[in-house]
Design a protein around this ligand. Sequence first.
Ligand code: XMP
Length: 518
Amino acid sequence: RLLIIDFGSQVTQLIARRLRELNVYCEIHPYQSVNDAFLAEFAPKAVIFSGGPDSVTREGSPRPPRSVYDLGVPILGICYGQQVMMQDLGGLVEGGKITGGGGTAEFGRAYVVPSDKTDDLLSGWFAEGREQVWMSHGDHVSRIAPGFEVLGTSTHAPFAITADRSRHFYAVQFHPEVHHTPNGKALYENFVKLAGFTGDWTMGAYREEAIRRIRDQVGDHKVICGLSGGVDSSVAAVLIHEAIGDQLTCVFVDHGLLRLNEADEVVTMFRDNYNIPLIHADESDLFLGELDGVSDPETKRKIIGRLFIDVFQKHANEIEGAEFLAQGTLYPDVIESVSFSGGPSVTIKSHHNVGGLPEKMGLKLVEPLRELFKDEVRALGRELGLPEQFIGRHPFPGPGLAIRCPGEITRPKLEILRKADAVYIDQIRKHGLYDEIWQAFVAILPVRTVGVMGDGRTYDYACALRAVTSVDGMTADYYPFTHDFLGETATRIINEVEGINRVTYDITSKPPGTIEWE
Ligand code: XMP
């Protein structure tokens, strides 16, 4: 296995992701917990030093134990990790503008060109003469350590890539793990090959490892998991159940704003198929009661958010002696909340959020998916045997159908919306389009229009079909259905769903629109 020593970079998890893509098993450990004993016990086959925000020129800045250099295994130092390696092995690092050293700081795109020396690390690199890389550093190396040679340079970084080839120590100034270093994966691939990894690690092995970690963390205590029916919380629940069995209880808050048959499907799958203890908190009367007469979108969201927390807490309190709360937090949620928070951004929509719950309830968190990306969670879900239909599901917002029902929410309108949505999704699946679309749903509009069916006049609701493509939900484009598809779907909805006599297609992109209607 490979050890990543984390010096606090925002993108350390991306290194792990690149290695998992290469089917190499790695673990990230913070530098504070890596000492001589740890290294001896872990016995890594290779080590990577991550980047980090500190400056090696500062007294007391983070370091690995010296014994790491005596393990006789390849080491790759990235950015701060490069500087650590240079300084530890006898080179010189000087402060840049940020740390007051007066040298060059460098952020953003740069181009690295090869020197007259090369190495297997760079196999596949420089096919087109130079490689784009992403720099992000305040300090820089001004003299390399004895035994090192320069393999690549950039305009501002004469030591962009250096190596002590006899010991397989490599130090790079840039971040090969980020998207803006397009050929970065090849460096990792070459590095792990040099270290003797064969790329035989699998998601099955990840599952075993995750189960072991959950057991270590939780011991014989009880865990509560909020189940929404979405992919993330479902995968987390099944994984945790596999680890600790009936020490886990799931709480499924049913706010009465779910899609057709959704509540039954969730209950059947988890209670009957997986035998997971499940509290089905059917609180639709409470939610719909409080939403009665409310049409302002933000007010709706706030009511739902508040009730959700109350209800969850009430049912969680029934589980005696619970010490942990499980959440299906993914890595992108973690970075979003750490590195991009605090900006002067405007609240467009109040998101449904149970972030404050664990503290309020005195619970510790179990977040077994914290280092994974969405596609990896899906792969893990497959590994755990969750049905494909479930794993590939479109995202569904916490406030549910409430935000697809502009204006007042009534039970009859929700019934109509559920049926129309089911027909629409059925159409999309039948035409084999479901997986090409990020999200598709129906919104029921707060207008009634006149129509004619048979020989009679109708006066029913209009609805809007929405379907978008997106990679992350942040921006989106409408899906270009054929006119035939739209025509056929409109006909089916009007014929099969009583209460709707007009169908429109929403062709707004995001921005300026949002995906949901509220
Ligand atoms: P918008 O409508 O803001 O949606 O373009 C972007 C993505 O977020 C989902 N969404 C939510 N998800 N709680 C959630 O868990 C919410 O309150 C919420 N509001 C919107 C939306 O479905 C889309 O995928």
